[in-house]
Each structure stands twice: as C-alpha cells, then as structure tokens.
Design a protein around this ligand. Structure first.
Ligand code: MRU
Length: 366
C-alpha cells in the first residue's frame, strides 16, 4: 500500500541484507517512523511491545527474528533459543507458532553454515506469500460484497470493522480490509464504521489511518455504537480478522469482537471473517476453552496517549487513583455466530466441514 505516494510493506529486509526494517505502529497515526531490527532480541521486543502487531505480521516478524538469530550464530543451541524466545513474545496469534515451526523445520536439518541464507530466504518468501494470500482474500471477499444490497437509501454499502486487520496487520493488503480495498478500487461505493477498539485504539489509530491514506470513506465510532447502528439499518456487513481460528470455526480476535458478532446475529447482519491459512489452528476445536488469551498490562486501560494541540505526544491517566483495571486482549466468537470465513482458497462455512472443504489435506490431522 502507499503512504503519501510511496509504496510500503509493513516489514522488509534493509539495504545491507541483514537488518530488518518495520513501520513502528506504536507511533501511528501521529508519526511515521521506520525501526531497524538488528538482533533477534530486537524482533522479540518489536512483537511484544507491538511495534509490529496483527497475526500475520507477527508471524513474518518472527520469521525474520529467526533469520537475525542465524546471522548472529547459526548453532543448534541458538536455533532453539531463538525459537523459544520468539514463541513467548505473544500468546494468542497462532501465526507466530506457525512461522517458527516452519523456520525450525527448514533450518534444523541444514548444516549451520547454510542456515543464515536459508532463513532470510524463507522469511522473505513468507512475506511475499502473505501479501499474495491477502490479495486473494480481498478478491474472494469482493465476491461476497458484490452480492449485498445496501440497506441505506443513499445506495452506499456500510461495513463495520473492529481492531485493525488491514495492511498494517499483515505484510500488505490486510485480511478484513482487503475486500474493502478491492471493493473501493472496483468503484463500489463503500463506507466503513471503524470501532475505536479500546484500550489500544487500533481502530482509531491504525485502521482510520490506513483507510485515510487509501481514500476509503470511514467514520470512527465508540466501541459500543455498533449495535445501535445495526438496529437502524446502518450496517450491511461486519468484517473482522482473526488471530486464531479453530478447526471447528471458532474465531478468536481482538477483545470486543464477540459482542459485535452477537449484535450482528440479533440484527440479521452478516458477520464475515477474513483469514489466511496460517491463522487456522488445526489442533483445537473449542476456541473458548482452548485458546490462550493474552492478558495485557492494566496500564493500557488506565492510561491513554494522544497528541496535544502543540503536536506533542502525551499520556494521561483516565481512572480514579486506586481503581483497578483488567485487560484481556482477545475474545472468542463461537462458529455459530460467524456467517462465513473468507480465505485465500475461497469462502466457507465456519465449521470443520467448511474448512476441510477448502483444506482437504488437513482431514488426516485431527
Ligand atoms: O493486539 P493486536 O493489535 O495484534 O490484535 C490484532 C487483531 O486482533 C487483528 O484483528 C487480527 O490480528 C487479525 S489481523 C489481519
């Protein structure tokens, strides 16, 4: 995607062939800064502190983290250390484990002298694959969007999305936002309600920023506004990404997604989820019981950061002194509330049968 006319991905290999570069998402929308990741520890910190975030991008960053580790020391001991360190950086998005398993399976049988080059090559491939997968999710989602009839008398389609599942959450295009970009590019009049997505405000800070850069009409709303808008025919479909989808079709995504799915169900509004295959966890069925939910710092709830009128960034405390805060980062939307899953291979029901119809090679892996 372009930022002020310049094409960008979220992560890429620097000109020296070793350093990895990534857009610092903790500073958006106020500042556009590119960070250098020079060591596997830099990659781990970038994932843990959400300089890079979003399930597919976390996987790509972990792959480059393995490459940085191999550049420093291609020994077996380092391979294992890097795997463990990076795996522990965030718990919920399964793309992290997918990428690390992929890199370890590739590198472990190789002689150490060949690991560095192989790791960088595979990390770059994972990035290219992710961009292509997301482009195809966009095309498949566009097919669904074309079949919708706007409820709004003005004739525009209204989507609602939660968190950020656009190009910033992936390498390029996004998952939930890819169909929206494709629809906008195809000349379909589309407007997006953007949930602000407290406590970290990925909707207000990131989704609104990237939709603005691409010229997609959108309106940021408080997280609790969606149900009201649905009751008044202001939402034609909800579309989100996911951090882990079980083989049974349960969808884990940013906290608050479940409430949007309930409201959509109650109002007969389709609830779509865009996802690439590395987000499917074929080892589990019951998302509510089995997916580890990240518990993040209470400070993300008790404090907010923004830009003052002088253009400076400032952090303010928004709770009374002494009040406790809790911050579960994700929730699980049961498959029964999901209208369809949109993948790079096509659209399916949110069920084991639906997923296996697109990924028959997984039918043996129960
Ligand atoms: O905590 P984050 O910002 O990493 O959470 C991101 C999300 O929940 C996204 O919706 C999800 O990763 C899907 S990304 C294409």
């Amino acid at each position: 995607m372009k930022v002020d006319g310049t094409p960008y991905r979220t992560i890429w290999l620097g000109a020296d062939g070793t350093t990895v570069q990534a857009i610092d998402q903790t500073l958006l929308p106020h500042r556009f800064v590119v960070r250098d990741l020079r060591t596997m520890e830099d990659a781990e910190v970038a994932i843990r502190t959400m300089i890079v975030r979003g399930a597919p991008l976390i996987g790509a960053a972990a792959a480059y983290g393995m490459a940085l580790a191999m550049a420093a020391d291609p020994s077996d001991a380092m391979l294992e250390r890097a795997y463990r360190l990076l795996l522990d950086s965030r718990p919920t998005a399964v793309n992290l484990r997918w990428a690390l398993d992929d890199l370890r399976a590739l590198l472990a049988p190789l002689p150490p002298a060949r690991r560095r080059e192989a790791a960088y090559r595979r990390a770059a491939e994972i990035c290219d694959e992710d961009a292509e997968i997301c482009r195809r999710i966009g095309e498949n989602g566009l097919g669904l969007i074309r079949r919708l009839t706007p409820r709004d008398k003005g004739g525009r389609l209204n989507a609602l999305t939660h968190c950020n599942a656009g190009w910033l959450a992936t390498v390029d295009w996004g998952t939930a936002l890819a169909p929206i970009y494709q629809a906008h590019n195809a000349g379909i009049p589309i407007h997006v309600w953007v949930d602000e997505t407290r406590p970290r405000n990925q909707g207000a800070s990131l989704t609104a920023w990237e939709l603005s850069k691409h010229g997609v009409p959108h309106t940021v709303i408080a997280d609790n506004a969606g149900g009201h808008l649905m009751q008044h025919d202001q939402v034609d479909f909800v579309i989100t990404g996911t951090d882990r989808t079980t083989r049974g079709g349960d969808v884990c995504n940013k906290i608050g997604t479940y409430l949007k799915a309930l409201a959509a169900h109650d109002n007969g509004v389709p609830f779509y989820v865009g996802l690439p295959y590395p987000t499917i966890d074929w080892t589990i069925v019951d998302g509510v019981r089995e997916i580890p939910i990240e518990e993040r710092s209470a400070r993300e709830v008790s404090h907010m950061t923004g830009r003052t009128e002088d253009g400076e960034l400032a952090t303010v405390h928004v709770l009374p002194e002494g009040s406790n805060a809790a911050n579960p980062g994700f929730d699980v939307t049961p498959a029964r509330l999901v209208t369809a899953l949109i993948t790079e291979r096509g659209v399916c029901d949110a069920s084991e049968a639906g997923l296996l119809s697109l990924y028959p090679e997984q039918s043996r892996a129960a």
